[in-house]
Design a protein around this ligand. Structure first.
Ligand SMILES: Nc1ncnc2c1ncn2[C@@H]1O[C@H](COP(=O)(O)OP(=O)(O)O)[C@@H](O)[C@H]1O
Ligand SMILES: CC(=O)N[C@@H](CCC(=O)OP(=O)(O)O)C(=O)O
Length: 266
């Protein structure tokens, strides 16, 4: 039976933590918006990355780290650092901050409760996984108790190997698992056009053109491509927006962010 309460999967990246730790006394607007959403009956799952913090920790340990098309090449011997930063310090920081606001945060990874299973993306990327939805039992049990699952982008495969997962990919997978509305939040108001204006929505064709023209680059290129695949798979729009405009999320304001539309509706 389909759950009648709306389910939202909200993804934040590394720069969110810089802002979170700068705000004194649990003031981050995203956590307040999540609390309001929960009060209004929504089920919320938070998925996070932390690429900047992974990079800083690898550098501090003199470990060279490269990216291919926005994804971090991850030799197995980098995994203790990657998993330690994402599933350890950052995940527990978010759980602690949520708790300070009265949210019951539960820190998880993509491997917990067998919620996803990873397959390697390519030999060149090493221990970088593509997550596949597997079991929603744990997440549904936590959500039924009014808890806030906080999922770090670390996964595992059938043989028990750990994987570094791009957090946008992780969030998409969790949204598929729960048939949820997906919000990929970052430090920009949405996808910007060549005049740096926010696009209210974006079709697959326009996105491809803006990528070819060099208007959508770097992490946003990965995000838009992943959001497009997710919109097609979920058959509903995926929103790319800013974690500072999130009050709009609880008021249902549909001018929030850029809506990435499923290919069939464009
Ligand atoms: N057309 C664009 N519109 C918005 N941001 C863009 C665009 N092209 C590149 N970017 C960059 O993408 C960044 C967001 O992607 P990314 O850094 O991967 O986010 P996150 O780490 O939060 O997942 C923005 O901060 C911006 O610098
Ligand atoms: C494979 C891969 O690239 N993994 C990412 C995981 C963290 C992440 O995605 O963090 P953001 O959301 O802050 O970018 C990384 O190592 O940086």
């Amino acid at each position: 039976m389909k759950n009648k309460q709306p389910t939202l999967v909200i993804k934040v990246g590394g720069r969110f933590f810089d802002e979170l730790l700068e705000q004194s006394e649990h003031k981050h607007p995203l956590l307040h918006a999540i609390k309001q959403l929960q009060t209004s009956g929504a089920r919320v799952v938070l998925v996070h990355g932390g690429g900047d913090q992974v990079q800083a920790q690898l550098k501090a340990l003199n470990l060279q780290s490269d990216k291919i098309n926005g994804l971090r090449v991850t030799p197995l011997h980098h995994m203790p650092v990657v998993a330690g930063v994402l599933s350890g310090y950052l995940n527990k920081t978010l759980v602690a901050q949520a708790g300070g606001l009265g949210l019951s945060g539960v820190g998880l990874s993509l491997a917990d409760g067998d919620m996803t299973r990873c397959t390697p993306i390519s030999e060149a990327l090493g221990a970088v996984g593509e997550p596949h939805p597997n079991s929603a039992v744990l997440l549904n049990a936590l959500l039924a108790q009014g808890m806030l699952p906080i999922v770090a982008s670390i996964g595992a495969d059938d043989s028990g190997q750990l994987y570094n997962v791009n957090a946008d990919h992780g969030a998409i997978c969790v949204a598929q698992l729960l048939d949820a509305q997906l919000y990929l939040l970052s430090d920009v108001s949405g996808v910007l056009d060549a005049s740096r204006q926010k696009l209210p929505h974006l079709s697959a064709q326009t996105a491809q053109q803006l990528i070819v023209d060099g208007v959508i680059t770097d992490g946003m290129m990965v995000k838009v491509r992943a959001a497009q695949e997710a919109a097609d798979a979920l058959q509903q729009a995926v929103t790319i927006g800013s974690w500072n405009d999130v009050a709009a999320l609880s008021t249902g304001n549909n001018s929030f962010g850029t809506q990435i539309l499923p290919a069939t509706t464009t």
